[in-house]
Design a protein around this ligand. Structure first.
Ligand code: CO8
Length: 257
């Protein structure tokens, strides 16, 4: 499908979505939200794709929700749009999503990146939740995800006092997986996605689901989820192939079955 506010590309087994509103620092307006999630859904249901990358441009990953579009909205209109629920859909995508972040990742942009399964940042990336400066709070999961990822104190400072994190700080605090120079952060993200996409697809799906369960439940319940995802993998062709290939000292040939 042809989109205007996002660009899509397939490289090998990786689906890449590029946010494309550079004139607005990639702020999420209604059209871009629709197109972004349509593009992700398309990639997610395409068996030829094993992982996805979402990126912006060097200057801005995304500067949050479109303030101009939102400024005069009523609570009812905001609820009706259901925008803030969208970020939570990322974890229900079957395939891993990697955010490749350069420049500003603010508000909903920061929340989108931390809702992804991994983040590769450029050295110029800056993560922040400036909602407090415009009289609101994060609505795309920022209060919950940052508190879980960074701990209470730092989340408080980011959300209550607009503290931004540099790429180096984000790496130090475990918010991002790796930091690369601005010239090749996207290549790094695609390389990581390619590696993941070359692995056993069903095991990747079960692994993503199991790790996400860790944020939802007690350890006992989480371990049950892991077992529920672990045992069925022994009914897959890929488990038989993976173990056989190990014993025969060769590379496995995954079929995703
Ligand atoms: N919305 C609308 N337009 C924006 C936004 C935005 N979030 N951010 C930047 N722009 C526009 C500017 O208005 C400007 O447009 P114009 O040229 O027409 O005046 C253009 O992008 C370039 O921006 P600047 O001139 O401001 O560029 P600077 O380099 O000086 O500054 C910044 C860049 C720091 C990114 C600055 O633009 C900024 O602070 N932006 C706002 C950041 C912000 O407050 N984000 C939070 C928004 S609220 C939110 O995200 C709630 C999330 C809800 C859940 C998620 C659902 C989607």
């Amino acid at each position: 499908m042809a989109y205007t506010t996002v660009l899509t590309e397939i490289r090998g087994r990786v689906g890449i979505v590029t946010l494309n509103r550079p004139q607005a620092m990639n702020a999420f307006n209604t059209l871009m939200l629709t197109e972004l999630f349509n593009a992700l859904d398309e990639f997610d249901s395409n068996d030829a794709i094993g992982a996805m990358v979402v990126t912006g441009n060097e200057k801005a990953f995304a500067a949050g929700a479109d303030i101009k579009e939102m400024a005069e909205k009523s609570p009812f209109e905001m609820i009706k749009q259901g925008r803030v629920e969208l970020w939570d859909r990322i974890r229900s995508l079957k395939k891993p999503v990697i955010a490749a972040v350069s420049g500003w990742a603010l508000g909903g942009g920061c929340e989108f990146s931390i809702s992804c399964d991994m983040i590769v940042a450029s050295e110029t990336a800056k993560f922040g939740q400036p909602e407090i400066t415009i009289g609101i709070i994060p609505g795309g999961g920022g209060t919950q995800r940052l508190a879980r990822l960074l701990g209470k104190q730092l989340a408080m400072e980011m959300i209550l006092n607009n503290r931004t994190l540099t790429a180096a700080e984000a790496l130090q605090f475990g918010l991002v997986n790796r930091v690369a120079p601005v010239e090749n952060y996207l290549d790094e993200a695609i390389k990581l996605a390619e590696e993941i996409a070359s692995r056993a697809p069903l095991a990747i799906r079960m692994a993503k689901d199991s790790i996400n369960a860790a944020f939802e439940t007690t350890l006992t319940e989480g371990l049950k989820t892991e077992k529920r995802n672990f045992y069925p993998l022994f009914s897959t062709e890929d488990q038989k192939e993976g173990m056989k290939a190990f014993i025969e000292k060769r590379k496995p040939n995954w079929t995703g079955k």
